[in-house]
Design a protein around this ligand. Structure first.
Ligand code: XIL
Length: 300
C-alpha cells in the first residue's frame, strides 16, 4: 500500500491524525491529511470548552467542521474528550461537588447525544492519573467530586451512545514500570471485574527525552489488551522524529491483535502543538515525507 491508512488497513487497523478546523482551508494540509489518514481526532474542537462554552449551551460548529470533513473524505472519527481537568470552560472550573458532578453528566449526554452513532471511539476520561510515583489519581475539581467520578462518566457514556467504544486516555502510561501505568492498569482491571463499561485504553504516546519510548511498550500494550480492552495509540509524536523509534512503536502495535490503530498528533511538523522545532511528526513543514514516514509505511 502507498498510504498510511491503506497500509494499516491491510491488518484491519487504522492510521489517524489530529485535525485542526482552522487548517481545513490550507490545501497543502488537506491534501496530505486526505490522502494518508483514515481516522480523525479533532485536536481541540470537541473538548469541553469548545462544545459547552456556557453552561447548558452546546455549540458544535467547529466540531462538526472537523467531523464533516472527515466523513466527506471517507474517514472515521475518534471523539476527544468528555471529562478532563484541562480545557474546561470558566463556568465549569468554578464548580465543585454535586453541581460539578451533574454538569459532567449533562456534558457527556449533550456531546455524545449530538454525535450519537457517529463516533468510532470516545476518550471519555482524559488524564485522570497523577504524574510521579503515587500511582493514584490526579487532584482536580472532578476528582474532588468523589473517586467514583470516572465510573460514573463511563456509565453515562455507555447509555448516551451504546455504539461508541469508550476509552480511558492518558500520557506516561506506556512505560510498564511506571507507577502511573500500574495505577491505570489496576483501574481498568477493576472496571472489567465489576462490569463498569470500558472498551479501550488510549496510550497518548507523546515521546520526548523525559518520557522516552521504552522497549517495554509492547508489554504495556499486551497487558492492557489481556484485560479484554482494545488499545489505541492516540496522540503519537516523537521529539526529534526518530525513524527507528517510529518503526518500533508501529511494530509493537502490530504485535498485539487488540492494538487496533495508531494516530499521530498532527500532520506536518509545522502543525505540531510542540512547535515545528520539535520535528515530531511524519511530514516536514513543506509537506515532504520524512524518513520516519517511510519507516512507518515499511513496517505497516
Ligand atoms: C493539545 C492541542 O494539541 C493544543 O492545540 C492545545 O492548545 C492543547 O491541547 N494531551 C491531549 C490533547 O489529550 O488534547 C492535547 O492537545 C495534547 C496533550
Amino acid at each position: 500500500a502507498s498510504t498510511l491508512g491503506a497500509a494499516a488497513a491491510q491488518s484491519g487497523r487504522y492510521f489517524g491524525t489530529a485535525i485542526a478546523s482552522g487548517k481545513l482551508g490550507d490545501s497543502a494540509y488537506t491534501t496530505i491529511a486526505g490522502r494518508e489518514f483514515d481516522m480523525v481526532t479533532a485536536e481541540n474542537e470537541m473538548k469541553i470548552d469548545a462544545t459547552e462554552p456556557n453552561r447548558g449551551q452546546f455549540t458544535f460548529t467547529a466540531g462538526d467542521r472537523v467531523y464533516n470533513w472527515a466523513v466527506q473524505n471517507g474517514k472515521r472519527v475518534r471523539g476527544h474528550t468528555l471529562a478532563w481537568h484541562n480545557q474546561q470552560p470558566g463556568w465549569m472550573q468554578s464548580l465543585s461537588g454535586s453541581s460539578l458532578r451533574q454538569a459532567m453528566i449533562n456534558h457527556i449526554n449533550g456531546v455524545m447525544g449530538h454525535y450519537k452513532g457517529k463516533i468510532y471511539a470516545w476518550d471519555v476520561v482524559n488524564e485522570a492519573y497523577a504524574d510521579g510515583n503515587s500511582g493514584g489519581r490526579r487532584d482536580s475539581n472532578l476528582q474532588r467530586t468523589g473517586n467514583d467520578w470516572i465510573e460514573v462518566a463511563f456509565r453515562t457514556a455507555r447509555a448516551a451512545d451504546p455504539a461508541a467504544k469508550l476509552c480511558y486516555n492518558d500520557y506516561n502510561i506506556d512505560n510498564w514500570t511506571w507507577a502511573k501505568t500500574q495505577g491505570v492498569y489496576n483501574m481498568v482491571r477493576d472496571f472489567r471485574a465489576r462490569g463498569v463499561p470500558i472498551d479501550c485504553v488510549g496510550l497518548q504516546s507523546h515521546f520526548n527525552a523525559n518520557s522516552p519510548y521504552n522497549s517495554n511498550y509492547r508489554t504495556t500494550i499486551q497487558s492492557f489488551a489481556a484485560l479484554g480492552v482494545d488499545v489505541q495509540i492516540t496522540e503519537l509524536d516523537i521529539q526529534g522524529g526518530s525513524a527507528t523509534t517510529y518503526a518500533n512503536v508501529v511494530r509493537d502495535c502490530l504485535a498485539v491483535p487488540r492494538c487496533t490503530g495508531i494516530s499521530v498528533w498532527g500532520v506536518r511538523d509545522s502543525d505540531s502543538w510542540l512547535g515545528a522545532g520539535a520535528t515530531p511528526l511524519l511530514f516536514d513543514g513543506n509537506g515532504n515525507k520524512k524518513a520516519a514516514y517511510t519507516a512507518v509505511l515499511d513496517v505497516l
